[in-house]
Write a protein that binds this ligand. Structure first.
Ligand code: HEM
Length: 208
């Protein structure tokens, strides 16, 4: 394929628009997968044929793939001359002139995702509590991306697109329910363990 082919392709607004919509939907699915795999790795779900490190690697690689797709998705919107979206609209939320609220939510999602992925890659630089708190923003990023797509997308009211969104919401809600369930169990185990009761006694002594 010649360079001319690509130059012409990227000047075709309809193709860019199509690619923007396509990458948007795939991005949502990948981000959902990444969130679900992240949750499964924290609940330590594993088996002989599916060891935990496979879940962790997949979570990491799908997150990185999502970032690449996110860059492509935003780039299509910026290059498309049919709409006025600037490069800074992909970084600073709610400042653009094109559908500022719903595009801004996409930008906010992007910022959350970039923060999550960058801090995820440099985990050892943070204390575990700080790191976890930052990593929890991935839920906000996923939610903001979902609402952005639903409100701004051309195809988002099509039956197939609604089905994709519902499946994504169901998958994340299910993963969250599992996580909250294991958190409850972890707290109960901690309360019952001798180390847990020692911690409570010390906390009680400090409070006096
Ligand atoms: C995590 C971040 C993001 C996610 C998950 C996401 C996802 C989506 C989805 C699912 C759609 C709907 C496609 C359709 O059904 O037609 C969409 C549309 C769109 N997105 Fe994003 N997006 C994100 C970030 C961004 C950013 C940063 C920009 C640009 C600065 C952007 C620009 C657009 C535009 C212009 C559309 C509308 C396309 C149309 O007219 O149909 N998105 N996005």
């Amino acid at each position: 394929m010649s360079l001319e082919f690509f130059t012409e392709a990227f000047q075709d607004d309809r193709l860019l628009w199509f690619l923007n919509r396509g990458t948007g939907v795939i991005l949502l699915v990948l981000m959902t997968l990444s969130v679900v795999l992240g949750v499964l790795s924290t609940v330590r779900a594993s088996s002989a044929i599916w060891p935990r490190f496979v879940t962790q690697r997949l979570h990491r690689n799908i997150s990185l793939l999502s970032v690449a797709l996110l860059i492509a998705h935003a780039a299509m919107a910026i290059v498309d001359s049919f709409v006025s979206i600037h490069w800074w609209d992909a970084i600073i939320p709610f400042v653009g002139s094109y559908d500022p609220l719903w595009l801004g939510l996409g930008t906010l999602a992007t910022d959350f995702i970039i923060i999550t992925v960058l801090t995820g890659l440099s985990r050892t630089r943070f204390g575990s509590r700080t790191w976890r708190t930052i990593h929890l923003t991935s839920y906000l990023g996923w939610g903001a991306g979902l609402v952005h797509g639903f409100e701004i997308g051309t195809d988002s009211r099509e039956t197939w697109s609604i089905a994709v969104s519902v499946l994504c919401v169901g998958a994340v809600a299910g993963a969250l329910a599992i996580r909250l369930g294991t958190l409850g169990a972890e707290r109960r185990m901690e309360r019952r363990s001798p180390a847990g009761s020692r911690r409570r006694v010390r906390a009680g002594e400090r409070a006096r």
